[in-house]
Design a protein around this ligand. Structure first.
Ligand SMILES: [Zn+2]
Length: 529
């Protein structure tokens, strides 16, 4: 999810509510929400506002860095080393609204140049107290609160750590730092970032820079950092009576007289760490490892959501086969307005959506992501193999649980959204699905992408579709797929020549006018039989 884009519409299972003073912030929101907008709501994110898009946003996107005090001037284009592992220990002092932390960070230099200094950014009210290597030898560092070059209201603590020896290409180094301070989010920049340490609810996310991120103080640099995959181990100590939730796997809890420590580790390489603490009610199904963290007054909602999660797991397993290595699924309730987001096998879900029965189907979408194949990196940003599939699977789950009429209504809404996006920008219609990556048009995978699968389903029939999809999933869970792989697999599985279908729906854009002509899926499928 960067498994992820954003919106100002009501937050959905993985949508954000953000104030966007500039295009750059819009882009940041786009990336932070990890997974682009989905669900059934109006997408507010305009594709012209993401990297590589058109119009004025591109100008501001490509603006060069102006000032980079401690790490030199105009170095913005130089790639930086990346974090491969975080070992974070937080002490959440809820009463004092403060945190104390110890971070051991492994950094690998994947660039072509040797590096002597490493920049990190942290929340503006957090101070680094000490930096050492992993053996405790002190490292010299500087820290200054500075403004992001593209957005002056975005202020961060920029840290520059000087290494003992030059870090050559391919080498790894460990940096340990102790830091402490207050966390009050970034409401002045991104309305949903209300992360804090507090007795009512505490939340630590990359969005609030609650842990050190290896980047310079610019959006471009921050986004490159988010593209790197790392593993993590996180410990958080809270007063007795509190529960810590995290997207990772819970390893253990350790009790002291008046505090409790929770330890987690990442399930697979990821780009974000989310930690929440509250007097959560934990509702779980231990066998399928589904765990819901509900704020106390929503315990009942939590039970309903657990049931919805269980039944969608059952449905997808029966339809497409069991996912062998499925680690389970975690849903963490966050306060209203704090921005729903999704990571690998977990979601942060705002209270309003948690309580709204009408939005349960957004959960089917999130869970469907566990049944995704892996896309080849070159075409991953088409968002087809994740979002088109999850959006169509969401539809199939709606049909299973709520009936045909609800399903058709859902598909009609996706079509409407696609037609509207074409009205806003012609190129959404004229760009083939296989080219969406070129200008970040993956948003249309949620809508037209889902329709392409709907039509394919009609072409190959119900049984044919289930066996095609489950076979495709088996074949490409470990291996990476592209559109040519999908076509040859589909043709082999269905025993049909699907050339015209792929030409019109995937490699070409004739399908856009077909969709806009409002023909039904069955009628559309006639063309390809
Ligand atoms: Zn999705």
């Amino acid at each position: 999810m960067m498994k992820s884009p954003a919106s100002t519409a009501p937050s959905s299972w993985h949508r954000l509510r953000i104030l966007f003073p500039t295009a750059s912030l819009l882009i940041l929101g786009f990336l932070l929400s990890g997974i682009a907008v989905s669900g059934e709501k109006e997408p507010v994110f305009s594709v012209s506002q993401v990297p590589g898009g058109e119009g004025e946003s591109r100008d501001s996107w490509q603006q060069p860095e102006k000032v980079l005090d401690s790490i030199g001037v105009n170095q913005e284009d130089k790639p930086l080393p990346g974090v491969t592992h975080y070992d974070l220990r937080f002490n959440l002092l809820l009463k004092e609204n403060r945190l104390e932390a110890d971070a051991l960070i492994k950094v690998k230099n994947d660039t072509l140049n040797s590096v002597s200094e490493i920049p990190f950014i942290l929340y503006r009210l957090i101070d680094v107290l000490e930096a050492t290597d992993d053996k405790g030898v002190p490292l010299s560092f500087s820290q200054t609160v500075i403004k992001f070059s593209e957005e002056k209201s975005f202020q961060v603590n920029l840290l520059s750590v000087r290494l003992k020896t030059l870090l050559s290409p391919g080498q790894t180094v460990a940096v340990r730092m102790k830091y402490a301070g207050a966390l009050w989010g970034y409401p002045e920049v991104m309305a949903y970032v209300r992360d804090r340490v507090d007795e009512t609810y505490s939340l630590l996310r990359p969005d609030s820079l609650a842990y050190p991120i290896l980047a310079r103080a610019s959006f471009q640099s921050l986004m490159s950092a988010f593209r790197a995959g790392f593993a993590y181990r996180v410990e958080a100590e809270v007063p007795a009576g509190y529960v810590v939730a995290c997207g990772g796997r819970l390893l253990e809890t350790r009790k002291k007289v008046d505090s409790i420590t929770f330890q987690f580790e990442s399930i697979k390489p990821t780009w974000r760490i989310d930690v929440a603490a509250a007097r959560f009610r934990v509702i779980e199904d231990e066998r399928s490892r589904i765990r819901i963290y509900a704020i106390p007054e929503d315990e009942g909602e939590g039970r309903r959501i657990l049931e919805a999660t269980q039944k969608s797991f059952r449905f997808y397993s029966e339809a497409f086969g069991r996912v062998e290595d499925l680690p389970g699924f975690t849903i963490i309730e966050i306060p209203e307005g704090w921005g729903s987001q999704a990571g690998d096998y977990y979601v942060l879900q705002t209270a309003a959506a948690f309580r709204d029965k009408g939005r349960t189907s957004e959960l089917y979408h999130e869970i469907a992501h566990s049944w995704n194949v892996r896309a080849k990196p070159a075409i991953q940003r088409c968002r087809y193999f994740d979002e088109a599939f999850a959006s169509y699977f969401q539809g199939l789950a709606i049909r299973e649980f709520d009936g045909e009429e609800a399903f058709l209504k859902y598909m009609a809404r996706l079509r409407d959204r696609f037609v509207q996006s074409c009205e806003k920008d012609d190129k959404n219609g004229s760009t083939p699905i296989s080219d969406y990556w070129k200008e970040e048009r993956g948003e249309n995978s949620y809508t037209k992408g889902a329709w392409s699968l709907f039509v394919l389903n009609q072409v190959v029939g119900e049984k044919g579709f289930l066996s095609l999809i489950s076979g495709f999933l088996r074949e490409f869970r470990a291996r990476e797929a592209d559109f040519a792989d999908f076509q040859s697999f589909a043709e082999k599985s269905a025993g049909l020549n699907l050339d015209r279908y792929f030409k019109e729906w995937i490699f070409g854009a004739e399908s856009s006018s077909l969709l806009r002509e409002m023909a039904g899926a069955g009628q559309l499928a006639e063309r390809y039989r």
